[in-house]
Write a protein that binds this ligand. Structure first.
Ligand SMILES: [Fe+2]
Length: 209
């Protein structure tokens, strides 16, 4: 047997970015926002899900914008731009978990870690097309795995496609896990007329009248 190249077809891009400034002020501000409990999983979300409007978070907003632009440039290799649609804070107290989900009506999503370390649960990504028939792996690799745990630390941002399934396992740590999440969409014209993919939302505004 002459073994040749192994090709990874259609891999999913989860990009990690590091915020190099202190996040102490932002953590303190976010920790003290009003929160509401999510029914069923003991998690808390900030009552305000439009935190980009908060002056106290303007430095983080600039950082998120730079990272989103980098993802569009390098991963999507596109001149089209994404903007944040909603930005909210999450608190996962000890004993809480977050069910598996995707982020509808969004193209790329982000999670920024404010309080996160090895004692707190990592984000868990899941493959959407899990096989009903499969061989049992002796050891997992990127081809045979159906879940992927990504350990992160405070000050890291991850960007990933919004339809990538993810969850947070039970927080068995002693502290509250705190993060920011956001969704994005493009205000640029997408697709084109010839391929029947043209989407220019602004030009359609008059259609509803
Ligand atoms: Fe999520």
């Amino acid at each position: 047997m002459k073994k040749d190249e192994l090709i990874s077809v259609f891999p999913t891009a989860v990009q990690i970015y590091k915020y190099e400034n202190s996040i102490d002020k932002e953590l303190n501000y976010i920790e003290n926002l009003p929160y509401k409990e999510q029914v069923g999983n003991a998690n808390f979300k900030s009552k305000d899900s439009y935190l980009t409007k908060h002056e106290q978070l303007k430095d983080l907003k600039i950082f998120f914008k730079e990272c989103i632009d980098d993802y569009c440039n390098v991963i999507s290799n596109s001149d089209q731009r994404l903007v944040i649609t909603q930005l909210w804070a999450n608190k996962n107290p000890p004993g809480a978990k977050h069910h598996e989900h995707i982020h509808p009506n969004s193209i790329v999503s982000g999670v920024f870690y404010l309080r996160q370390d090895k004692s707190l649960p990592p984000i868990q990504f899941s493959k959407s097309n899990q096989h009903s028939l499969k061989l049992d792996p002796k050891k997992y690799n990127t081809f045979n795995a159906e879940i992927f745990l990504l350990p992160c630390t405070a000050g890291e941002l991850i960007l990933f496609p919004s339809d990538l399934r993810h969850s947070v396992p039970v927080n068995v740590g002693k502290e509250e896990r705190i993060s920011l999440s956001f969704n994005t969409f493009s205000i640029d014209v997408l697709g084109n007329e010839d391929s029947l993919t043209h989407l220019d939302i602004r030009s359609l505004m008059h259609e509803s009248n």
